[in-house]
Design a protein around this ligand. Sequence first.
Ligand SMILES: Cc1cc2nc3c(=O)[nH]c(=O)nc-3n(C[C@H](O)[C@H](O)[C@H](O)COP(=O)(O)OP(=O)(O)OC[C@H]3O[C@@H](n4cnc5c(N)ncnc54)[C@H](O)[C@@H]3O)c2cc1C
Length: 511
Amino acid sequence: MAVDQAFTPGDLTQQLIDNDWWTDALVAEAGIPIIDSPFVTVGGGMGSFMTVDLLRIAGAQTSQMKVLTSTDYPWQTYEYLTRCSQIPVNERIRSDSSSMPDNFWGFPSFALREARQDKSLASLWSVFSEPIFTDYWTPRLRMVFAGMKEEADRIDWWSMCTKGQVRMIRRRQGGGYFVILTPPEGTASTKRVAYRAQHVHLAIGYPGVKFLDDLQAYRTTYDDHYRVVNAYEPHEHVYEELQKRPGTVVIRGSGVVASRVLQRLIDDRDNNGAQTTILHVFRTYISGPHGDSIFNRRQGADGWAYQGFNYPKGAWGGQHWDRCRKLEGDDRANFYKRIGGTNTPKRKSWRAQLKRGRDEGWYKIFIGQVTEVVPGDEGMVISRIKQPDTGAILEAPASFIIDCTGLEADLREHRVMADLLDHGGAGRNPLGRLDVSREFVVRGTESEPGRLYATGSMTLGGYFCGVDTFLGLQLAAVDVMDDLARRGFIKRVGVTRSISQWAKRMRHRQP
Ligand SMILES: Cc1cc2nc3c(=O)[nH]c(=O)nc-3n(C[C@H](O)[C@H](O)[C@H](O)COP(=O)(O)OP(=O)(O)OC[C@H]3O[C@@H](n4cnc5c(N)ncnc54)[C@H](O)[C@@H]3O)c2cc1C
């Protein structure tokens, strides 16, 4: 990539762009101010928060760490994505009572917190009897955010944050890294600021929204972003229009977000007078329990694969966790295929809604592969669906199509990731995401004695499949913390420190 030949002090020069390893002098010659910080985390979302929280518990000072982020608070992007995908703050999320972003120990749990707040034992009974007599108990979003705010105040998160967009991370000759930040316009005297860090942690979430190919082709060809929408982008206009006049909506996908969107459409039918007909397209229809052995069975019915969490519970600390850590290459990719796949929690509420829809004829299922989406008459969009048995093409006209399938775009769609692949020595894992070691070090990017760590969805395909969850981000943070302790950045957290830190947390004292 080339930049302007004219020299702008404080900006990237061609020499910097072209060099994989930078010297202090090269950065200084470009007029980019350098700020030293032993540890920098990039992203400032849930993953950064849980890592910094743990490092503070382990004894790291706020003066040793910087959080470079484009957001105002750590749950901002997560809040945005949940709101778009129909999980408002009063709704319950997917993860369980002890997956607590604000409490590394998981005790007292969310269920205990709710019992205390509501002065009711209902949540505790639910946790006690799940999943046999009740669905898994899960906390309300509002409680998760309130807990994080309290913990952020306690660890003095805010004093470590610097606003801006991280442009790239390059290795430094002599050890460590330069993290280049573009501060918000008008807030700095130069276009870029360089953070010189011994260790860097990357937690930048999802590289982007991914559309199904046929839907992307439709949006690009017909420039129609109104009728064909993704569940992870704002699409409130769909529900508003369907409340005003009867319409038909096509749903693509069969994961938890599809369940949420269906729930919203049916709630609007029940409570707001909408007369929506729902056409649900399943590419793969699950008709019953499935799996490749009696030890690897998953419940399923009516098209859906049911599972409480996105992987079996053993993925976070049981036999699946242990097995995954030992697998390489294709064996690991196959392991992911065996225990993963699209699924949704089996909840009585939305199963009852869908049954009612099937019985009353306003929820219809189509099985097949959508080959094409084209405009129809009177502002309709037509999905052409190829039948799996006959190959015949069936046309499904609708007022809207909601794509509930994809959030994961390719790594390269994120600028920092593309730069790391091209100039940072990073590579891909068996699933095509960022290749990290068991300690979450990005392989190939070592800059002795410095390390670049990455956690979150971009590392899916590594030695731990639960990475893109609260508990997974926390467990990954433990591995990062232990590795940093081995490198002398912090002391190793033993039982005594863990207990004393838990006691401090309970008394709302700083770590
Ligand atoms: C709809 C939805 C529901 C989910 N529900 C659950 C659940 O119930 N339980 C559970 O355990 N997990 C859940 N997850 C999964 C996961 O726990 C969350 O997505 C979590 O937010 C991931 O944290 P993260 O730090 O990886 O990403 P984020 O929280 O998205 O943080 C990444 C941050 O990096 C910032 N960033 C990106 N690029 C740059 C850059 N160049 N410079 C500066 N900043 C940058 C972004 O703006 C963002 O704020 C859910 C995910 C989604 C999408």
